[in-house]
Design a protein around this ligand. Structure first.
Ligand code: AVJ
Length: 338
């Protein structure tokens, strides 16, 4: 038998990753799903992005939550106890503001972060239980983009689902609506959702936020190729691809792409050892790696209504750059769920 020196045994290639990579890279234009950004290295790069001077999103949303946490928690809880669910386990320091406000009201609060990554959930659990006495973390390992259910809420408690950080911006409008409908289906009358969306603004602000001077976003983008090399044994010459950010005004979204700097052929193995891709890139050919949708005022509320939520209140910053919307699930028998 001949031995081939691949960096990885092909049997260890994750089938979900391989299917997504293959589908996207043989398409024209070529694309890769943005969830592929978030391996360990990518998650660390994203944390650095959130601290860049150009990346206004995280600090603007944090400012809104810092000013409004008590009000948000009060509107969500009404006269009952609150139980907090979060889609994604990453946005710890913003979540902390809301959990502190909940603990101030009711002494203890159950927090259920939902994520595909068990290690991210454990990290969130350790941090939060240590920092905020009264928070009881119940992690849920699942992929919320594929639909989900929640256990019955603790007796008499209402749920508040956090979907903050402009995470919804990665989804096409129809996908975003479907995702919110799935969330709605897992909730009960009286529960709420808190949705954080980035708003449309001048291109001169948007472009640097996705193409920063220190090149962290470029590294974040290129890490998707590094991940495919690491996990699938592909042979991307990562330095032969440039980061490009552009504002698509028609679709109202920031797009990020990787641009092949020269004509090149890249080998991508697959879980089937008899089948490997040989991808030929022309100079200037692109791989579309992310869309980040920017909402116009009122659009997030319309999206929530389309998913059968009742928008209750929207908070924004003084520049009108970011919006945080609270919406409720209609109460049973009050006739407001037509
Ligand atoms: C994590 C999806 C909110 O769209 O702003 C940051 C990801 N991409 N810089 C965003 C991202 C490039 C981020 N989200």
């Amino acid at each position: 038998m001949t031995t081939i020196s691949l960096p990885l045994s092909s049997t260890k290639i994750d089938a979900h990753v391989a299917a997504a990579v293959t589908e996207g890279l043989v398409s024209r234009p070529r694309w890769l799903p943005s969830w592929l950004f978030y391996d360990e290295a990518g998650s660390r790069l994203f944390d650095r992005i959130t601290e860049l001077p150009e990346y206004y999103l995280t600090r603007t949303e944090r400012g809104i939550l810092a000013a409004r946490a008590e009000e948000i928690v009060g509107l969500a809880a009404e006269a009952d106890a609150l139980q907090v669910v979060e889609l994604g386990a990453g946005s710890c320091d913003k979540t902390r503001l809301l959990l502190k406000a909940a603990v101030d009201r009711q002494d203890t609060v159950m927090y259920e972060p939902v994520d595909v990554s068990a290690s991210a959930l454990i990290a969130a659990q350790m941090r939060l239980e240590q920092e905020i006495p009264g928070v009881v973390v119940c992690p849920r390992v699942l992929d919320y983009t594929r639909g989900f259910t929640l256990d019955e809420a603790v007796c008499g408690a209402r749920r508040l689902v956090l979907y903050i950080g402009s995470s919804i911006g990665n989804f096409e409008p129809a996908e975003a609506r479907a995702l919110l409908k799935n969330v709605r289906a897992a909730l009960s009358p009286g529960d709420s959702i808190l949705l954080g969306v980035d708003l449309v603004k001048d291109e001169s602000i948007l472009l640097p936020a996705y193409d920063d001077a220190s090149g962290v976003t470029a590294e974040f983008n290129r890490n998707i190729l590094r991940r495919i090399n690491r996990e699938m044994g592909a042979r991307f010459d990562v330095e032969a691809f440039a980061h490009r950010a552009r504002w698509n005004a028609v679709a109202s979204r920031m797009e990020i792409h990787l641009v092949s700097l020269r004509e090149q052929t890249v080998l991508v193995p697959s879980p089937d050892p008899d089948f490997e891709l040989r991808l030929r890139f022309a100079a200037g050919e692109t791989i579309h790696t992310e869309n980040s949708y920017k909402y116009k005022p009122g659009q997030a509320e319309a999206l929530l209504e389309a998913a059968d939520f009742k928008p209750a209140h929207t908070w924004t910053d003084e520049r009108g750059w970011f919006a945080v919307c609270l919406a409720k699930c209609g109460e049973k028998g009050t006739g407001n769920r037509e």
